[in-house]
Write a protein that binds this ligand. Structure first.
Ligand code: NI
Length: 220
């Protein structure tokens, strides 16, 4: 018989074993998104099984990770996540729902819309976006930038708003640019009221950080 709680527990163990040790997209990111998604899902009255499963599996087929590990970039189909959910004997409608959420999840550039069709999808997207902002978001941005060998900030390369996924993927520049190109836009793109409420404080933390960063950078 299908057991939702045991399936979530097994999925958490599986994902923890699969994620690489890297500061911004590691198991601890997944765990934070999972917890946030559960909390938002509860508050918004979503199906928490679908929410938890999609949150746990959302980065397993991510294009950034695929590129980092030398695997061919994924074509947007979350094959590994689907194969796992199939092996759990999850009802087909839940499987389709979870796979659909993961597929629409990634951020594809400032001017590229990624709409979520269901409440559960909106919840997981909010949770993933919340983990990209605030104090943890700042730490993750610099960890990822360092991993890619980017400068903290380059005054000669101003931020650009990418209007296609290709240009976002190619994007060079500095980690500070990433705040203007993506992170400061996220609070305005929350789907749920709970997500918006949680985003407000985290957004303010980043604004203060940038103010302090430039004050120190420009100090005489
Ligand atoms: Ni993520």
């Amino acid at each position: 018989m299908f057991d939702a709680a045991a399936t979530i527990e097994n999925t958490a163990r599986f994902v923890r074993g699969e994620m690489q040790e890297e500061g911004s997209h590691d198991w601890w990111h997944i765990r934070r998104v999972w917890q946030l998604a559960w909390r938002i899902g509860k508050a918004e009255g979503a199906d928490t099984f679908v929410v938890e499963m999609a949150a746990l599996l959302h980065d397993l087929d991510d294009w950034k990770l695929a590129a980092a590990s030398g695997r061919a970039p994924s074509d947007g189909i979350p094959r590994r996540a689907i194969a796992w959910v199939q092996s759990c004997a999850v009802p087909q409608s839940d499987l389709d729902h979870i796979a659909g959420i993961i597929q629409s999840l990634s951020f594809k550039g400032a001017n590229v819309e990624t709409p979520m069709a269901t409440l559960e999808g909106k919840v997981v997207q909010d949770a993933d976006r919340l983990d990209a902002i605030g104090a943890v978001g700042i730490a993750r941005a610099f960890a990822y930038g360092g991993h890619k060998g980017q400068p903290l900030w380059d005054p000669e390369v101003p931020p650009t708003l990418h209007d296609s996924f290709e240009s976002y993927q190619r994007g060079a520049g500095s980690t500070i640019n990433h705040f203007y190109e993506k992170l400061l836009l996220l609070a305005g793109r929350m789907n749920t009221k709970t997500g918006r409420d949680l985003a407000r404080g985290r957004h303010a933390v980043m604004e203060q950080f940038l103010k302090d960063f430039f004050a120190e950078w420009n100090a005489p």
